[in-house]
Design a protein around this ligand. Structure first.
Ligand SMILES: [Ca+2]
Length: 438
């Protein structure tokens, strides 16, 4: 064989090899195409689903775990709302790490937050732009920080720019046990201390326990405060949630001096405490006004399941611990095991969770930085370790989404800044800032 013939043979061998390889490649491609076909069909039907979502897909709830109770909702939209999904691309940034349990937050200047530390009872200033954390502010109250107690919520007076008044809630040692207390002080110009701090309200009676303090505060448009309390957890003290001579398990409406607001529903009732606004609550961990309707929405931590969203109206009874959509932690029925609120003369929750969402602090998104979030309610989840986004039409829950589910954090409080950033504080010491990606 000549050298020329040899190389010609090698050429054809290589050519055949390349052709076979190409053919194989084609086969692979056609296989991919044939597997693509069903995918394409799925995509097509997925594309169609938004059109039909309102009609036929309402079974797709955000909640995918089985119920822990046998209870049925009083109306279809009362639980397991259809899953919704944020379309806006989000930036999720950890602004601060290494804090304790940040129980409450208030934006007192653009992108500067007052942040409470539950266990150490410190009040800090966090700068959202550079993540800087101040030294603890002096002059904060002495607290009982066992279990669920400590320095709890913080808010600023509506006229803060002039008065520099800061309001705090905390669990306080008093004769006979502990109470949920509210106090106020003036933030010094150098931001180093709260001056003249004084207690303005104590949710009596005291109780020898360290659970269920409630503790959220918010100002209304008239410059008065709404305070939430808990029913102190244990049986039988929790039954005091039904009593109008106890501030346990209540929404309370007081002035900046801690006096009952004159228009409160029970001021004419000699046997009732004048500060009470609503009653029959378990442990209210979130409170905010709906930006559009002005309704006052609270987030009530339930027993095993039965966490509730309620719209608060003066004088109403929300049923705890007579009725509940949850069970005792032991699995036993609560009271007589009745879930229906309205049939028993109480107010139905607008929404409840089964299994638990372990809800904590909440905030409406009152901003248009992320337009699809406008007027949605965001709720921190503790053992559930997500942020719940709840879509509301009027007084009805029409959608639910779970955000930051992969972070493994217990979300304690939620705040929306003036800029429209969603801020979330966790028990793991982090503060998240969630914004629309640029
Ligand atoms: Ca209830």
């Amino acid at each position: 064989m000549t050298k020329a013939l040899w190389s010609r043979l090698m050429f054809f061998t290589m050519l055949i090899f390349v052709l076979v390889l190409a053919a194989c490649g084609n086969d692979d491609t056609s296989n991919e195409e044939s597997t693509d076909d069903p995918d394409a069909a799925t995509e097509e039907s997925a594309d169609e689903s938004p059109d039909t979502a309102e009609g036929t897909e309402e079974g797709e709830a955000a909640e995918t775990e089985p119920k822990v109770t046998e209870f049925e909702p009083a109306f279809p939209e009362q639980t397991r709302a259809p899953a919704v999904k944020t379309e806006t691309e989000l930036d999720v940034e950890v602004v601060v790490e290494g804090l304790g349990v940040s129980w409450g937050m208030a934006e007192f200047e653009p992108n500067r937050l007052l942040v409470t530390q539950r266990d150490s009872a410190e009040l800090l200033i966090v700068n959202l732009e550079d993540g800087a954390v101040s030294d603890p502010i002096a002059g904060t109250p002495k607290v009982n920080s066992e279990d669920q107690g400590g320095l709890l919520d913080v808010t600023i007076a509506p006229d803060f720019d002039e008065s520099r008044l800061v309001f705090l809630t905390f669990s306080q040692d008093v004769e006979g046990g502990t109470v949920t207390a509210v106090g106020k002080g003036v933030l010094s110009e150098d931001e180093a201390s709260l001056e003249g701090f004084e207690v303005i309200f104590q949710a009596l009676p005291a109780y020898e326990g360290t659970l269920h303090y409630g503790g959220r505060i918010i100002f209304d448009d008239d410059g008065n405060l709404f305070l939430t309390t808990g029913e102190r957890s244990d049986d039988p003290i929790r039954e005091r949630a039904q009593d109008l001579d106890a501030y346990l398990g209540k929404v309370i409406h007081i002035t900046q001096d801690g006096e009952p607001v004159e228009s409160n529903p029970f001021v004419e009732d000699e046997d009732a405490l004048d500060g009470i606004y609503s009653y029959g609550h378990r442990n209210i961990q979130g409170i905010d006004f709906h930006p559009e309707t002005g309704d006052l929405w609270i987030v009530e931590f339930g027993p095993q399941a039965g966490d509730e969203l309620n719209i608060i109206e003066p004088g109403n009874n929300y049923g705890w611990p007579i009725v509940s959509y949850g069970l005792e932690y032991s699995g036993e029925l609560i009271n007589e095991g009745i879930s229906e609120h309205e049939a028993q003369g109480f107010i139905e929750p607008r929404y409840y969770w089964d299994p638990t969402s372990a809800p904590s602090g909440s905030s409406f998104y009152d901003n248009n930085a992320i337009p699809e979030w406008e007027n949605n309610l965001f709720i921190g989840g503790l053992v559930s370790s997500y942020i719940a986004r709840v879509v509301i039409e009027g007084d009805t829950i029409v959608g639910e989404e779970r955000l930051l589910t992969d972070e493994g954090e217990r979300f304690r409080d939620i705040l929306v800044t003036e800029d429209g950033a969603l801020i979330a504080a966790t028990d793991g010491g982090k503060i998240y800032k969630i914004t629309a990606a640029n």
